[in-house]
Ligand binder design. Structure first.
Ligand code: SAH
Ligand code: DHB
Ligand code: MG
Length: 232
């Protein structure tokens, strides 16, 4: 996977981040034919190349294992790459509900889940996440142990409110793309994704039920970051 372009131009810095990502990955992430084929499949299927990197997938997997999470909720499936990383961390009987707006992406993800042998653990639901979340609540879904927010960023504040409704004390909340090349500090940004992330931070700041931090990251996906929180 290669996502080395910032504003259409590969910078020297980005080249270094790519090279270091490749080095660290080669040391820490065993080659996996299934994941490699799925990444290739996603490129063939022309999905946008915005899934987590392998190092980030391993990071999610570690968080799931460290928290002993059994019930995971993911917002934004795309081709299911992050879903598969997390599914592989689940104990026997663990489950992931993953929500995706786009039918074509969801079909691609479903094929990938079958190929990775994780379909049984995954409940993939197609439609706008806000509607699917309401549906889940109406079904009386049990609270989730781990919630990964990685869909449309303008809705992050809404997703955070839903995450709280579908959580229990101890639930881990992870948000992707919370730094956005540093644009997150631009209060006047006209990018609704940046404003969505800024409102997300403000809600968390004012929310006594969540303790969180943000990790700035550099690598194949440029300069970005994760928010990691726990429900108190
Ligand atoms: N988690 C994935 C990447 C997700 S990319 C991975 O790392 O492998 C963000 C996804 O959110 C896209 O597939 C996009 O179609 C989806 N999305 C956008 N708006 C949405 C909405 N309103 N409801 C659900 N999914 C949405
Ligand atoms: C974008 C979305 C993501 O979830 C991501 O990890 C990277 C980029 C985007 O919409 O550009
Ligand atoms: Mg993301």
């Amino acid at each position: 996977m290669k996502q080395s372009f910032i504003a259409g131009k590969m910078t020297e810095q980005q080249q270094l981040w790519d090279d270091v990502d490749r080095y660290v990955e080669s040391q820490l992430i065993p080659h996996d034919d299934v994941l490699a084929s799925i990444a290739e499949h996603n490129r063939q299927a022309e999905l946008p190349p915005i899934e987590v990197t392998d190092l980030q997938g391993q990071f999610l997997q570690l968080l799931v294992r460290m928290s002993g999470s059994q019930r995971i909720l993911e917002l934004g499936t795309l081709g299911g790459y992050s879903t598969i990383w997390m599914a592989r961390a689940l104990p026997e009987g663990g489950k992931i509900v993953t929500l995706e707006l786009d039918e074509y992406y969801a079909r691609t993800a479903a094929a990938n889940f079958a190929y990775a042998g994780v379909s049984e653990q995954i409940d993939l639901r197609v439609g706008a996440a806000l509607e699917q979340l309401q549906q889940l609540e109406q079904e009386g879904a049990e609270p989730f142990d781990f919630i990964f927010i990685d869909a449309d960023k303008p809705n992050n504040p809404n997703y955070l409110q839903w995450a709280l409704r579908l959580s229990h004390p101890g639930t881990i909340i992870v948000g992707d793309n919370v730094i956005r090349q540093g644009e997150v500090i631009d209060r006047h940004s006209s990018d609704p994704r940046v404003q969505g992330i800024r409102s997300f931070y403000e809600l968390i700041r004012d929310e006594v039920r969540i303790t969180a931090t943000a990790l700035q990251t550099v690598g194949e996906k440029g300069y970005d970051g994760f928010l990691i929180g726990i429900v108190n």
